[in-house]
Design a protein around this ligand. Structure first.
Ligand code: GTR
Length: 325
């Protein structure tokens, strides 16, 4: 008897130990353009650990990082059609389909990262999240992406006049195209994965992004002048295919939403750390970073607002964001 109970507890222990590493019963696929270890990849992995733990292994997540499933725009189609269940992307590529995402993508709409957090963590953020549903998606969380600035291979940009004639790759959104044009430069939207070689071969002079992207995609190697105009403080979005979400029980839906919320704190912590590390890395590698005369950039954005903030819904949202403390 003693032997059997010992044996049984041994088996129980072994299966308990396995729970941590064994695959979940239903593994949800998630895409990310960034490499393993990048704060967004780690944020989604953390979400996966939480749901696995909280559903006792019924659900888990596999993150396909490093654009294994394709460039961002293609993976957005995959999550909308249900080929994959989850995706972590920028909100800029949604500007044409989910109009409310235009608001956080507007240049200089946020006064600081704190202002962005206050807005996106509150009712305005909820309104933007809800706007994803008609596009077949449930927005589970917003993740930090710092601020985006221009970098190029030619020279430091100090004033708007320095932008004249430069060719930049911008993220795939008309707002970014129009913003760059309003600054006197030329914009080409193209997939993220093509930026490095396009700068290297001189097809473009540079691009725009945050410190962790500038670092991990190695753009600093080919475009060493980074000018901190900080045109947007646009957060990322973590979405789920709506049909897949609707199939969950109400309890599991609440559990997924809570896990996503809990992963935000983790991602923000990782983001702050990675931003500092990336800045140090690129500076050490010879990147030249400078401040710009920002007011000139802010003033130049009037036509972008005039063109993209047209209907009453967007006008009210913009006013609400500006009024938020
Ligand atoms: C990054 C963002 C990516 C991708 C990329 C880009 O900051 O995290 O999702 O949108 O920018 O510029 O394409």
């Amino acid at each position: 008897m003693l032997h059997i109970s010992k044996l049984l507890s041994g088996v129980a222990l072994a299966s308990l130990l396995m729970l941590g590493t064994a695959a979940a019963q239903t593994v949800l696929k998630s895409s990310d353009t960034h490499p393993d270890g990048y704060p967004t990849v780690e944020g989604v992995k953390y979400f996966g650990e939480l749901i696995k733990e909280r559903t006792a292994g019924r659900y888990g997540v596999e993150v396909y990082h490093s654009a294994q499933l394709g460039e961002e725009k293609d993976t957005i189609e995959q999550v909308r059609s249900g080929v994959i269940e989850l995706n972590r992307v920028s909100m800029a590529p949604f500007n044409g389909t989910v109009k409310e995402t235009i608001v956080p993508a507007l240049p200089y709409i946020f006064r600081s990262e704190e202002h962005m957090h206050a807005v996106m963590d509150g009712p305005i953020g909820d309104q933007i999240k809800a706007a994803f549903e008609p596009a077949g998606l449930v927005a589970l969380a917003f993740y930090d992406a710092g601020s985006r600035s221009f970098y190029n291979s030619k020279k430091p940009i100090k004033t708007v006049a320095d932008m004249k004639g430069l060719k930049f790759r911008v993220i795939q959104s008309d707002i970014f195209v129009d913003m760059t044009a309003a600054l006197g430069a030329n914009a080409t939207p193209m997939p993220y994965g093509e930026v490095y070689s396009s700068v290297e071969t001189g097809v473009i002079d540079g691009a725009e992004n945050n410190f962790p992207s500038y670092d991990t995609a190695k753009h600093f190697e080919v475009a060493k002048f980074l000018s901190l105009d900080q045109h947007t403080i646009l957060p990322e979005v973590f979405v789920m295919n709506k049909a897949a979400f609707d199939k969950l029980t109400p309890e599991d839906q609440a559990l997924f939403k809570q896990a996503a919320k809990d992963s935000v704190a983790k991602q923000r912590e990782l983001w702050a750390k990675k931003t500092a590390e990336s800045r140090a890395t690129v500076e050490k590698a010879g990147a030249q970073i400078n401040e710009v005369e920002k007011q000139g950039f802010i003033d130049a954005m009037k036509p972008v607002y005039a063109k993209h903030v047209k209907d009453d819904v967007l006008k009210k949202l913009v006013a609400d964001v500006q009024a938020a403390k």
